[in-house]
Design a protein around this ligand. Structure first.
Ligand code: ZN
Length: 254
């Protein structure tokens, strides 16, 4: 582990994080990711390169647009920082190995889903497809053929399981319980985790989402919560800690 490389990875992380903000905000609205460049949502002032430096521009301008002085959301630099931190943790845990690249892909998708799901309650299909496909390709080339095939089968199986959970939920609550985006997201989770860990991820995600679900249920009647970020947070926790749920179960029961 090298300090120099950690810093480089962190800088890459915040730069990617800045791009993931754009992806998460624009893709759900069907806007181009490249054109036009970033601008102030209030006064349409086009941002210059020195206003686009992740985190630093925000700090130097004290969170305000240089032209109209309107407040810029604290959400943007937080997303950039989060991406940087997750990339560095991935490096600390896995060094430069195939697992590192998987960790970086899962972290990236997590950050994009936070932006899009929190703001629009949408997980863009393009991103789910892109990241699932990338993981499958990685597993075929950096691991082996069998692991590649398994990742596809796991994905299909977890997708089916989540679909059944949705049907059950709709029956019980008599309303839409899970979004289509969450079900497709399980395909991605299946490409990353083993089958048992994938199932564990659903439980862990429900557990992590519980406080927010209760809050929303009590204070904001009839509002749905973005479940996608919780599914990916659970996936990250399981992948980063390399827990094996089956081992865990046998340890508890024996
Ligand atoms: Zn402005």
């Amino acid at each position: 582990m090298e300090v120099y490389l950690s810093i480089v990875i962190f800088i890459f992380g915040i730069l990617f994080g800045s791009f993931f903000n754009v992806v998460g905000y624009r893709l759900p609205k069907g806007l181009s990711l490249i054109h036009p460049g970033s601008f102030c949502p209030k006064c349409n002032h086009k941002l210059k390169w020195y206003e686009l430096i992740p985190i630093f521009s925000f700090l130097i301008q004290r969170g305000k647009c240089r032209k109209c002085k309107c407040q810029i959301s604290f959400f943007y630099p937080c997303i950039e920082l989060l991406t940087g931190i997750l990339f560095v943790i991935s490096y600390f845990l896995f060094n430069i190995t195939p697992e590192f690249f998987i960790a970086v892909l899962v972290s990236s998708f997590f950050v994009i889903v936070i932006v899009s799901d929190v703001n629009y309650l949408i997980i863009p299909d393009e991103t789910t497809f892109f990241f699932s496909f990338s993981i499958i390709i990685l597993k075929f080339f950096l691991f082996d053929y069998n692991i590649g095939i398994y990742s596809i089968l796991n994905g299909m199986f977890l997708f089916a399981i989540m679909f059944l959970i949705m049907l059950l939920g709709n029956k019980i609550f008599n309303k839409e319980s899970l979004g289509g985006g969450d079900i497709k997201l399980m395909f991605f989770v299946g490409t990353v985790l083993s089958l048992s860990n994938g199932l564990f991820a659903i439980f862990l995600a429900s557990f992590l989402a519980l406080p927010m679900s209760i809050y929303v249920y009590v204070f904001k009647k009839n509002r749905v919560i973005p479940f996608g970020p919780f599914i990916l947070l659970a996936t990250i926790i399981i992948f980063f800690t390399q827990i094996d749920f089956l081992d865990l179960l046998t340890n508890i029961t024996s």
